[in-house]
Design a protein around this ligand. Structure first.
Ligand code: GLY
Length: 589
């Protein structure tokens, strides 16, 4: 979809400092110190922000492999020093043999099949996307970007707390696959724990081959062959031609405006750019700056209300824009004003449904192409116990002294993806097929429902919540980039960081540390963070929750809603922040 929506700038903002005048002018933030150090090393070796992001992403695949890796995909926004924006879509793609009903048995959806094992895997996209990044905007040779990941995989590193915990949580599923057992278990029964040295020689060799021989080795050579033969031998459908047909795609970045800033988001198959733009437009007529500080009950109330409306639209309208028409008018300002026309300042809305944007036929809210239900009713038998508790994916960000900025979100979907490692390669494959709506009204691992627009289809890309975002000032210079990990929580976490920086005038560190809420329309409740890992002084107090409950909202507490990284430019310096909810590293110098 050519989903550009460039609204004229309103108001004025302070004069900008040109990037070439910055005194702190390169910055990096990731969830793992080894990845951030790798990015900084690349910058110091003469690489630019794009090279640094590729190196960091490869290292993350080695040291944070439950979240991302070359068996998965990524969405990347690059703001180049010359002002051009690239949106590179490395989303995994369903096999050409995939069918709409492939996860039904006797007519009933079986989510286990899309969430784990060989049927859950889609063709990986990360290597192809990183190669496009390197060709279009990188500086250093492709091969040199693999040095750190190859070395760390070969020599081993101490498993992080997050890796230890996620292996412990997925021991049963991981142990089903021989190659996964061999890597992530110390013995037949003992999984790797935090602090154990994790050596990945097969992965090191795979990375070396891709470094030496290029992405062809992955998509047309030995990896494609080994992967498809193994997947088919254990009941999956990916074949060698799925790999040969895979392409990372250049998309039109999704541009919108908010209070005089230009917001650059990622278009479909991400839903993030679209719904962040929708929510910001709905919020623009409210005094958010005042409410964040002086009327938090109003701030959280209006946030919940815009989140409900955006996620209701997501469930109905969004999917892979190469397969379905996604109405551009979802970003129409009159449509979004109409969506909020029943907003009541002291009462939660009841029974929100998706809207009908201009140009779409008004009628019953059934799916136009199938007559099936739209996903508005949820099969509660299949609702995950706590969809907000799912942790996975990773967001990294880099900026350099020339003015290149990168926002890159990488994923293999839920922790350890499909749990299937391809023998002899060390590559853990994604379970991204679960991001499709496997049947209308059937929640995925994150409790998200969808309709025909996001139904499974051959060669189609599943809808994502990944939301790499770059904010430009009135001069077109980048002042903020942010994104997150955490399924649908990504969209809302990214929104809340943007609001706290642009309206709340908070610095990026405070904005990321601040407690968050999350509401995704279905299930009908709102999560709020209540743990002290964040900025405890600004925690959401029980008395505030009580006020919001008196409006009719239902709440559940959560120990963490998304992991966000960001870079901000203030006056003559860049600052980088990793989320205090995890053990990352951010550097600016
Ligand atoms: N796999 C999570 C997402 O892309 O939203």
């Amino acid at each position: 979809m050519g989903a550009s929506c460039i609204a004229p700038f309103k108001g004025s903002i302070a004069a900008t400092v040109r990037p070439d005048k910055l005194t702190i002018n390169q910055a990096v933030a990731t969830v793992h110190p080894l990845a951030s150090q790798s990015a900084m090393r690349v910058l110091k070796a003469g690489g630019n922000a794009v090279d640094a992001a590729i190196s960091a992403a490869l290292v993350l695949g080695v040291v944070d492999g439950h979240n991302s890796g070359i068996g998965g995909g990524c969405l990347v926004l690059i703001r180049q020093a010359n002002g051009e924006i690239l949106a590179i879509d490395g989303r995994e793609t369903a096999s050409r043999h995939a069918t709409q009903n492939m996860y039904l048995r006797n007519g009933e959806p079986v989510p286990d099949l899309s969430q784990s094992g060989p049927s859950a895997c889609a063709t990986p996209g990360q290597i192809a996307a990183m190669h496009q990044m390197s060709l279009k905007a990188g500086r250093l040779p492709w091969k040199s970007l693999f040095a750190d990941s190859i070395r760390i995989a070969e020599e081993g590193h101490a498993a992080s707390r997050s890796v230890g915990r996620s292996i412990a949580a997925e021991t049963t599923e991981l142990s089903k696959y021989r190659a996964s057992r061999e890597i992530y278990f110390r013995s037949d029964t003992q999984p790797i724990r935090e602090g154990d040295i994790l050596v990945q020689r097969d992965l090191s060799n795979t990375l070396r081959q891709i470094a030496d021989q290029g992405p062809e080795w992955f998509y047309q050579g030995q990896f494609a062959k080994a992967c498809s033969e193994y997947i088919q031998s254990i009941g999956g459908i990916l074949d060698i031609e799925d790999f040969e047909h895979y392409n990372a795609l250049l998309r039109e970045p999704l541009k919108s405006s908010y209070r005089g800033h230009q917001i650059i988001g990622f278009p479909p198959p991400s839903s993030g750019g679209m719904h962040i733009a929708q929510m910001l437009t709905m919020l623009e007529r409210f005094p958010i700056a005042d409410w964040i500080t002086n009327a938090p009950e109003k701030y959280y109330h209006v946030l919940i209300e815009v989140m409900k409306r955006a996620f209701a639209d997501r469930a109905h309208w969004l999917g892979d824009s190469d397969f379905v028409d996604i109405p551009k008018s979802l970003l129409d300002s009159d449509y979004l004003a109409e969506r909020m026309s029943d907003f009541n300042l002291i009462e939660a809305s009841k029974s929100i449904q998706h809207g009908i944007p201009p140009g779409q036929p008004i009628g019953q809210r059934t799916d136009q192409s199938t007559g099936q239900n739209t996903g508005d009713s949820v099969d509660k038998r299949l609702q995950p116990e706590d969809p907000a508790d799912k942790k996975h994916t990773t967001h990294l960000t880099t900026a350099d002294l020339e003015g290149n900025w990168v926002a890159m979100t990488c994923t293999i979907n839920t922790s350890w993806g499909s749990k299937v490692t391809v023998p002899g390669t060390g590559v853990m494959l994604n379970n991204q097929m679960d991001d499709f709506a496997i049947a209308p009204g059937t929640p995925n691992a994150f409790g998200l429902v969808g309709a025909q627009a996001n139904a499974v289809g051959p060669g189609k890309r599943p809808l994502s919540s990944m939301s790499p975002t770059i904010v430009l000032d009135a001069m077109g210079e980048p002042i903020l980039t942010v994104g997150a990990a955490g399924g649908p929580k990504i969209i809302n976490a990214t929104l809340q960081v943007i609001l706290r920086v642009l309206d709340g005038k908070q610095d990026i560190a405070s904005a990321i540390a601040a407690p968050r809420i999350h509401q995704q329309w279905r299930p009908e409740k709102t999560w709020f963070e209540n743990f002290a890992g964040t900025d405890a002084s600004s925690a959401i107090p029980a008395s505030l929750i009580e006020v919001l409950e008196s409006y009719g909202h239902r709440f559940e507490s959560s120990t963490g809603l998304a992991i966000s990284q960001g870079i901000q430019r203030q006056r003559d310096r860049l600052s980088a922040t990793h989320d205090p909810r995890t053990q990352g590293l951010s550097v600016a110098e």
